[in-house]
Ligand binder design. Sequence first.
Ligand SMILES: Cc1cc2nc3c(=O)[nH]c(=O)nc-3n(C[C@H](O)[C@H](O)[C@H](O)COP(=O)(O)OP(=O)(O)OC[C@H]3O[C@@H](n4cnc5c(N)ncnc54)[C@H](O)[C@@H]3O)c2cc1C
Ligand code: FES
Length: 313
Amino acid sequence: MLSGALREHLNLPHSCKGGSCGTCRVRVIKGSFAYPHGRPLGITADEESEGHALICQARALEDLEIEIRDIRHVSDVEIKSLPTRIEKMRLFAPDVMGLLLRLPAIESFAWQCGQYVDVMLAGERRRSFSLANPPHDAALLELHVRRAPGGAFSEQVFRTLRAGSLLRIEGPLGQFIYRPGERPLLLVGGGTGYVPLKAMIRQVLETESRRDVTLFWGARTAADLYEDAWLRELAAKHKRFRYTSVLSDQVAAAPHEHGFVHEAVIRKVAGLAGFDIYAAGPPAMIDAVRAALPAQGADPERIYIDSFDYAHA
Ligand SMILES: Cc1cc2nc3c(=O)[nH]c(=O)nc-3n(C[C@H](O)[C@H](O)[C@H](O)COP(=O)(O)OP(=O)(O)OC[C@H]3O[C@@H](n4cnc5c(N)ncnc54)[C@H](O)[C@@H]3O)c2cc1C
Ligand code: FES
C-alpha cells in the first residue's frame, strides 16, 4: 500500500519501510488487506484487532478507506527521481563517510528538515539516507553514510565511489520533519541518527531567533561522535543550544556521559512534558525512547521518531 501511494506522489507517514517502527500505522475503516510475510513486528495482535495496519507491509485486497494522522506538513512536497554527482567525499570517522551531492543545475529540489532520500541501486534496490543540511542551504545535499559490512551501497561508498561519480536519488521522503513552534526542542540521536537532527539544529539556530534546542547524541565510543568538536563550538556560541554526548561502550570521562542515550536524557532533563522530542537512530534505541520517555512525563503526541531500519529489497 505504501509503495503505491508513494508512486502517486502521496507521501503518507512512514520511516523504516520494514514493518518495525510503526510510523506508517493507519486505521482501516473499510476494505480488506493481507500481510504477505505475516504480521510485522511493529504492530501487536491487539492493535491489529482494533483495525490498525502497517501500510509499508500490508497489501490491499480491494479498495480501502483508511484514516491517517498528520500528513498535512509534507503532502505538498514533490517526490523526484534525480541524477546527482558526488562533489566531495570526506571521511568523518573510520566507518562514516560524508558525501556532498550536486543536483542538476536545472532541477529544483525542495525538502523539509528531517527528511531523507533513497539512493537507487541496480536491480530496483534502494537505500535510505537522511539529509544533514537544512533546506535554506540547498546548494549541495549532505549525506553521512555508515559502513555496513557487506552493504550493497555503503561498501561502494568506501571502496569505489569517488568525487565525480553519479548517484541516482529519489526524494524527499519521510514524515520525520521539523515542526516550527515555541516549545523547546529535545533531539535524541543514536549513531548516524544524528544526521536529520543536525539539519534541525542548523534550521533553528540559523533561521529562528528564539527556540531552545537540546541535543543528546549517543554512540559507542568517542571516535563515533564525529562532529563532537563542532557541536561543542556551537554550544559555546549559542546560549540556547545545549549538547550532551553519551557513550555506551567506552568508560566515559568528562565531558561525555556514560550509558544509553535515553537513560542520560532521563537523568539530566527535568520537565520532559514541556519538550517537542525528535528521536532518530537504530530501532533498539527508538524502542527505548518510545517506552521510557513517556513513562517519565514526555507527551507521546510530541515524540516524533525516525527508525533507521536496514534496507529491504
Ligand atoms: C529513514 C532512514 C534514514 C536513514 N538514514 C541513514 C543515514 O543518514 N546514515 C546512515 O548511515 N544510515 C541511514 N539509514 C540506514 C541505512 O539505510 C541502512 O543502514 C542501509 O541498509 C545501508 O545500506 P547498505 O547497502 O550499505 O547495506 P545493506 O546491503 O542494506 O546491508 C548489508 C548488511 O548489513 C546489515 N545492516 C545494514 N544496515 C545496518 C545498520 N544500520 N546497522 C546494522 N546492520 C546493518 C544488513 O542487515 C545486512 O546484513 C537510514 C535508514 C532509514 C530507514
Ligand atoms: S513500520 Fe512501516 S514504515 Fe516503519
